[in-house]
Design a protein around this ligand. Structure first.
Ligand code: PMV
Length: 364
């Protein structure tokens, strides 16, 4: 039996930065955030993951004979997915999450046909559509994909689980809760187009926004010196940490309604404030650090003039994201190409969350 799923990345407008350590070591499991966050789900910037049943224990296999047939339009070209280079610890983290999800399946699937009787292992293959050196973080999309694939692979009736995914949001929300325990931001990749995550739960926000594109100005792609796990800890040493949670909550209280009303310039203003605040936390930690490269500063100074015309944001990395209405695509691409002729621009659109691409064969 084999299962093929796809899960997109997401880009936060109000950021998850900082974990609630008490809640994260309690019954809710790891990665309970100190504050809510809200993101836009992407579409073709995604992880593909294939599970193929094997005897013995589960393992991650690097080569990718079948998935290479899949192409996604990213930027101006059709992009063949590339196999992620997973370190030993990255592989262990992924396989530990497979076991976590497997352990939760009897409850998750209780009203969806239950779990399959066999305890076979799975050969796992995965690929990302992000160009290998694009600096796009893959943990959100890869953990969402592995959560979904494990749930299908362990189900007595995978086709029923697939149908339940399309029928409503209950199953997506339950999967998001589990996925969060593997990688926090992955819980926002199960729905679209805008998703708010508070505590243990992620759910879609009503939107009257125009259809948006995410134009990613790729400034650098080196391995991060400070991982996001480290950043979650270190921001708490900043003098700006005090008051952060209430500032974020009031930003979220403005952002949700602005998205629901389709108030683009308000959404852009909130995202702009939040980008500066998150990076200021990094810059003022007791041991300050930065993800910015000279090109990031140049892009931010230039973006200042357009901060109501584009929703500008950055993650824990050097790239600058410009979320713009699809109708302004050509204008924005020519602006960016003229201003940053040497940088690559990835073009993606808002999407609707993780999906099952195929199920072949049946459970034992
Ligand atoms: O999910 P993590 O632990 O990789 O943290 C992601 C943190 C940011 O990308 C910087 C912000 C966010 O909300 O996605």
């Amino acid at each position: 039996m084999s299962i093929l799923v796809r899960a997109p990345s997401n880009i936060a407008l109000v950021k998850y930065m900082g974990k609630d350590s008490d809640a994260s070591s309690g019954s809710a499991g790891p990665n309970v955030p100190t504050n809510g966050s809200l993101s836009m789900t992407l579409d073709s910037l995604c992880t593909l993951m294939e599970f193929r049943r094997v005897s013995g224990s589960s393992r991650f296999v690097a080569e990718l004979p079948k998935l290479s047939g899949y192409t996604a339009r990213v930027g101006s070209s059709a992009q063949a997915p590339s196999v992620p280079k997973l370190s030993q610890s990255g592989t262990e983290r992924l396989l530990a999450h497979v076991e976590r999800v497997r352990g939760a399946l009897p409850v998750l699937l209780a009203d969806l046909g239950g779990v399959s009787a066999g305890r076979d292992g799975w050969e796992i293959r995965s690929a990302n559509t992000f160009p290998a050196a694009s600096g796009i973080a893959s943990s959100a999309s890869s953990f969402a994909a592995v959560t979904l694939a494990t749930a299908l692979a362990g189900a007595a009736d995978p086709a029923r689980v697939k149908r339940a995914l399309g029928d409503g949001f209950e199953l997506r929300r339950r999967l998001a809760r589990l996925s969060r325990q593997g990688s926090g931001s992955s819980c926002r990749s199960f729905e679209g187009s805008f998703v708010e995550w508070q505590g243990e739960d992620a759910r879609a926000v009503k939107s009257a926004m125009p259809k948006l594109l995410d134009l990613v100005l790729v400034i650098g792609a080196e391995e991060k010196e400070v991982s996001s796990s480290q950043a979650h800890l270190r921001v708490k040493s900043s003098p700006l940490w005090e008051g952060r949670v209430s500032r974020v909550q009031s930003r979220l209280a403005r952002l949700g309604p602005a998205i629901s009303k389709g108030d683009f310039s308000d959404v852009a203003a909130i995202a702009w404030e939040e980008l500066w605040e998150m990076h200021s936390l990094f810059h003022t930690a007791s041991e300050p650090f930065t993800y910015w490269l000279p090109g990031s500063v140049k892009a931010l100074r230039w973006a200042q003039a357009f901060r109501r015309e584009a929703i500008v944001t950055m993650d824990a990395g050097p790239n600058v994201h410009f979320l713009v209405p699809e109708s302004t695509r050509d204008l924005w691409l020519s602006r960016l190409r003229e201003q940053f002729p040497h940088e690559e621009v990835l073009v993606d659109a808002q999407g609707s969350g993780a999906e099952v691409l195929s199920i072949e064969g049946g459970p034992s």
